[in-house]
Design a protein around this ligand. Structure first.
Ligand code: GCB
Length: 608
């Protein structure tokens, strides 16, 4: 027996005993993209759930993975058996949705909840079947008809498992163990400034595909040659060397390529006549990708993004990013946002503020948000939750971050709206952190050569009032993001007007956070903290400061809407909410909203 075979046998045995399936790696994701345009069956709706803080559904009394776990196929029960749980008589939670806002007793719950969905399904000959999860926070162990089919960690990215050989024609039982406990070595780590909403927070779908099908593709303009589409199509299946035709019917474009033995077909296509996507003209084209007699459709916008000195160029023209940061907090109802309606409300507010750009903080947001940004013509910064003090030295932590980054890029690299991938937020410098983050930057560049890479860095002072960015990570980025709370954590609201920025790096600078807190409806003098007047004063002086920064390519105030955070405990004012929103969670605009919207109106007029 050779060593490789022996390792395989040992790993398979371990899997069989523990019920564990190895997690996919960044290099081997095999994600099926564009689930919106595939044949799917929704498993959204009510799921029966068991709250299990001691994980008795997983471990036995010796703390070993139990053979009697809650994932056992319920059809195999007999009446004499000792079974101390019952999904059918347990309460339901809605999917998609976090558990914290669905039941009062789960408001602060962090731990394990079991979910069960019973469903019927008709299998067809000659097809493959996959389960798709938009996101589950944080760890998901998935069982179909009593069999473990996979495990995934990371609360904001999609994952899938093939279940062709496990799904029944007839009745099925899908069980998930969902655990959202925070751990030091995970991504994110234990310490964040947002609430750790648990649950199956995004949609669950059954995806039906032919035996060989188009799994993924990149169809984007070459950033250096706007008249050319470059990319590739990836097939999946037993018959990978078949012709693939890519068509853009409205533009009369069509190209047929043949995939190699790995199912990969490279694509290069003349695109000289295409109308370009931009915030003022968010033109999307219907795309068809035909392989093996089946057509997969998508809607794709074509644009380029590059930098030149201190400028960001969209379609070759300088553009100032008139932005705002957004958390995935549901507007008006609270909880995790997940729907097109949520996206429309948030983006509608951003547009009302005259934004052309949003920073989706601090993790990948749901797919509908990106599709809506494509439709509305809003540029996007998308990031992974590599936030503050994560375990830089831990190889498993690095692999986890890399995989989450790969999942984000794979899901969204055909969205015209996304112009920036961000690898980190406010991370303290060290050799280990540099190695970690430059590794993530390389992953971005390998997986998507068409976009810019950034990170939100921190500033430092030279003297009392001169700000510089000396973080060595800047050298590896295309665009420097910088979070800066001058006037809130750093001095009083009059301070921004005195501060001057000096750039030592010949790259565009985006102020990726600034601002301060205010309770909507609380009024007083501009010197009284938590009043709308105090917050508006910070904004007025920040805007005056921005006018003096010649390398500035964009700004994104923190934040569009108040959001839940357990770090924010001041009674009567915070009550568990970060109050730096320009709008309250109930939709009330604070005075600073008006300051920003006027600033952006002026910038927009100057740009025209
Ligand atoms: C930051 C963080 C952000 C916080 C914000 C704040 O610098 O990036 O996640 O919520 O400050 O409100 O302090």
């Amino acid at each position: 027996m050779n060593l490789r075979y022996l390792v395989l046998v040992v790993v398979s045995l371990a899997v069989a005993v523990s019920g564990e399936a190895a997690q996919q790696t960044a290099e081997d994701l095999r994600l099926i993209t564009n689930v919106d345009h595939r044949e799917t069956v929704s498993l959204n709706g009510d799921w029966h759930t068991i709250v299990d803080p001691y994980e008795v559904g997983y471990y036995d009394y010796r703390w070993r993975p139990s053979q009697w776990g809650f994932f056992r196929d319920e059809q195999t029960r007999d009446e004499s058996q000792l079974i101390e749980y019952n999904f059918d008589d347990s309460p339901v939670l809605r999917v998609p949705g976090d558990w914290n806002t669905q039941r009062d007793d789960l408001y602060y719950y962090e731990g394990t909840v079991w979910y069960r969905k019973a469903f019927s399904f008709e299998r067809r000959e000659e097809e493959r079947v996959f389960l798709h999860f938009g996101a589950v926070n944080y760890e998901a162990r998935v069982y179909l008809n009593g069999k473990p089919i996979g495990r995934h960690t990371g609360g904001f990215t999609p994952f899938q498992f093939e279940v062709t050989d496990v799904i029944n024609s007839g009745e099925n039982s899908l069980v998930l163990k969902v655990d959202n406990r925070r751990e030091q070595d995970e991504i994110p780590t234990v310490n964040t400034d947002w609430w750790n909403y648990g649950g199956i927070t995004r949609r669950v779908l059954i995806v039906r595909t032919p035996k060989t099908f188009v799994r993924d593709y990149l169809i984007q303009l070459d950033p250096e040659q706007r008249g050319t589409i470059r990319g590739w199509v990836q097939l999946d299946g037993a018959d990978p060397t078949i012709p693939v035709t890519i068509r853009i019917p409205e533009a009369g474009l069509s190209r047929t390529v043949t995939s190699d033995v790995a199912g990969r077909a490279s694509l290069s296509m003349d695109a000289a006549g295409l109308e370009l996507w931009s915030p003022t003209n968010p033109k999307l084209y219907d795309i068809e990708i035909e392989a093996g007699g089946r057509v997969l459709r998508d809607r794709i916008g074509f644009r380029t993004v590059r930098t030149r000195g201190h400028e960001i160029l969209l379609n070759g023209e300088p553009i100032f990013l008139r932005g705002v940061c957004i958390h995935e907090e549901a507007p008006l109802r609270t909880g995790r946002a997940f729907s097109v309606e949520d996206a429309r409300t948030l983006l509608g507010w951003a547009k009302e503020m005259n934004c052309n750009f949003i920073r989706l903080a601090h993790y990948p947001h749901h797919e509908q948000m990106l599709r809506e940004a494509d439709r509305q013509g809003i540029l996007v910064w998308s990031e992974v939750p590599v936030y503050w003090t994560i375990s830089w030295e831990n190889e498993a932590t690095y692999q986890n971050a890399k995989r989450q980054l790969a999942e984000m890029i794979t899901r969204d690299r055909n969205r015209a709206s996304i112009v920036l991938w961000s690898v980190a937020n406010e991370t303290p410098n060290s050799d280990a952190r540099m190695k970690f983050l430059t590794g993530l930057i390389d992953t971005c560049r390998t997986m998507d050569p068409t976009r810019l890479v950034t990170a939100a860095l921190e500033k430092s002072y030279r003297g009392a009032d001169t700000v510089v960015i000396s973080d060595p990570l800047g050298e590896y980025l295309d665009v420097i993001g910088c979070n800066s709370y001058i006037g809130w954590y750093d001095g009083l609201p009059d301070k921004p007007a005195r501060v001057r920025w000096r750039s030592e790096i010949e790259k565009p600078l985006v102020i990726s956070e600034f601002g301060g807190g205010a309770l909507a409806g609380m009024h007083g003098r501009p010197t009284a903290r938590w009043t709308e007047e105090f917050q508006a004063e910070i904004y007025r002086n920040s805007v005056a400061m921005f006018d003096t920064i010649d390398v500035l390519a964009g700004t994104a105030p923190w934040i569009l809407m108040d959001f839940r955070s357990p770090r924010r405990v001041l009674p009567g004012i915070q009550d568990g909410w970060n109050r730096k929103g320009l709008i309250s969670e109930q939709g009330e605009r604070k005075q600073a909203f008006e300051v920003m919207s006027k600033y952006y109106q002026r910038i927009e007029a100057e740009d025209e």
